[in-house]
Design a protein around this ligand. Sequence first.
Ligand SMILES: Nc1ncnc2c1ncn2[C@@H]1O[C@H](COP(=O)(O)OP(=O)(O)O)[C@@H](O)[C@H]1O
Ligand SMILES: [Mg+2]
Length: 423
Amino acid sequence: MSEIEKNPEINKKQAALLEFIEKMEQMSKFQEKIDVPADIDQIWEVFLEEIENSIDVDICALFIVDEKTQEFILKNVSPADKESICLKEIELQIEIGMLPWVINRRQPALIPSLAAKNKKTIIMLPLTTVKRTLGLTMLFTPIKESLITQENLKLLAMLSKECSLVLENTFLYESLKGEHESLQKAQAEIARAEKLASMGRLTSGACHEILNPLNIISSHVQFMLMDDDLKPNISDYLNIMHLQSNRIAAIVQGLLQFSSSGMQNLIKIKVNDVIESALAQVRHELKLNKIQVVKKLGNNLPVITGDMASLTKVFTILALNARDAMSKGGMLTISTKICNKKEILPGQSAFIETMFQDTGCGISRENTRKIFDPFFTTKEAGAGTGLGLALSDGIIRDHGGIINVESEVDKGTEFHIYLPIKK
Ligand SMILES: Nc1ncnc2c1ncn2[C@@H]1O[C@H](COP(=O)(O)OP(=O)(O)O)[C@@H](O)[C@H]1O
Ligand SMILES: [Mg+2]
């Protein structure tokens, strides 16, 4: 046995050192146990396990700083029924100025059992990065403060650093993900707007070119139909030609409407008046199809600036689509209200929200992405042109607003139209 090995004091120190190294090794696997992106619960689970491996604890609590209010919010407690103890304790520590001191120092702090509310020794572990404070871990331990060693605290400090890094990565990932999603949404919006604009220019030119020869064909067919000596089958053929020319004319008229800017007569408008004007046009149709109309119109809504005829057209289209979706009758609920939400459109937070809700066949998830595309229709030839919603979308955009859809197959569909209230 060497001289060193014989010395019990050195032996003890060596053993302590070995134990420390072992714990550090075990702790350095912390990050490996978490696959970023993780959620806070997952990080907490691993962190808790590491803490429990390092020191004897009765209660552990994780507080996360709310970015807006800078308050410490209790996120997790173990065991779960000790929530109120932790909340009372942090209140006390804030009151006596201990919490700001610990956060400023960025080091673990020991609170003697006498100074703690539930008379247990508390270890506060700030979770910080170079730039900011992410939160705090509070440990309640049965060990007397005089028996907690510097090694214990150092180990916990390193563990907290690891945890802070993983937390910071997760928060960064979350915020990047949010920004990426809103960027993607904005790009899709721009693509949709561009598609509509170029479609508009192209169609208005083409429509006039089609309408002229179509009128000539149509009038000649009508001349031929006036002939009393027509063989019956020829007159049948001509009638078909007449019907189909009318159909082409309807589509082309729709296209023209679609491509021309509908914003000709901008005035101050009450959205409820637009609803009444649209309903006046379709009331009879709805009644014939056994559709009950329920109106929930808001009182004293602010006015918006817009084109009455175009907006009436939108609401008529929505009502007629609802009629088509409820072939066996049903209920159409129309509501208007003020909506204050920032996330609907950038730079706008006050809208009049109009909802058209039906109890019809609904729209499949796949089709909800296509319904605003020009010419998309699921209706039989002759029954739909697929231009109604594309036209409506264009008109609402021209008003600086947006139209959204939510639908469930066999349950019904909701269209939400947001029109900005400009100050
Ligand atoms: N309220 C609704 N319920 C179910 N499907 C709808 C509703 N509104 C629109 N749709 C679907 O969207 C498609 C496109 O509508 P639209 O552009 O008005 O064209 P069209 O009515 O001529 O088919 C419809 O064919 C239908 O499939
Ligand atoms: Mg339609």
